[in-house]
Design a protein around this ligand. Sequence first.
Ligand SMILES: O=C(CO)[C@H](O)[C@H](O)COP(=O)(O)O
Length: 259
Amino acid sequence: MGSAAASPPPSGSPLPSQDELKRVAAHRAVEFVEPGMTLGLGTGSTAAHALDRIGDLLRAGALPGVAGVPTSLKTELHASRAGIPLLPLGGAAGPARIHLSIDGADEVDADLNLVKGRGGSLLREKMIEGAGERFVVIVDESKLVPRLGCTGAIPVEVVPFGAPHTLGLIRKVFDGLPGFSARLRTVKKDAAEEMFVTDNGNYIVEMFFEDGIRGDLRDISDSLLRITGVVEHGMFLGMATTVIVANRDGTVTLLHKKK
Ligand SMILES: O=C(CO)[C@H](O)[C@H](O)COP(=O)(O)O
């Protein structure tokens, strides 16, 4: 990957909070937005800063003709409150043309492969970001990892019908991989534990790899997608064109996909 770093802030200034770093990365990404663009609008706390910034620039008249395709119901609500005109993904004229998507990520490796979807929106994110001409990922430094799966689960969206069966198939396929385990994601509601349900009415299987994935990511992706009942997974391989990293020291690094 190629990279470019901005200069640090003056010494003596206090270290920025993680949320401030997210905002810095998001605002830098919005500099790529041009009038007339259709945007893929990401989901999560980092992407939320980009929505607010785009909304501010639209209100100031700086981004005429900009509209967005939201990657989740939460983003749809946030973007419409921010005044961003919304579009569906595709229509009578055929597939959508998305000039630029901006979204956060849970993990980024040295090849700019990502884990996304710990917020549960991976399917719409992959559909929209995969359809775009450019995909700019915005993260704070804590998201950079040596191997995908180092800091948490790889989410896999599965249909609810026979979900325990699909979980069993996933376990069977990946059982040989070091430190592997899998479970269905649940959420606490009042005192009870319930299945987590995505915007598409599906469930999430969480795949864990102690110390990250040591196998071939493409092979793992292909094996997962061959399991009937699996809808999509949260490894975004080779999709990011640029990753904007807000560093703890206040600098910003741009990492570009190798041509
Ligand atoms: O993939 C996602 C949601 O499905 C998010 O982009 C990812 O979870 C990062 O979230 P945050 O910006 O809040 O750290």
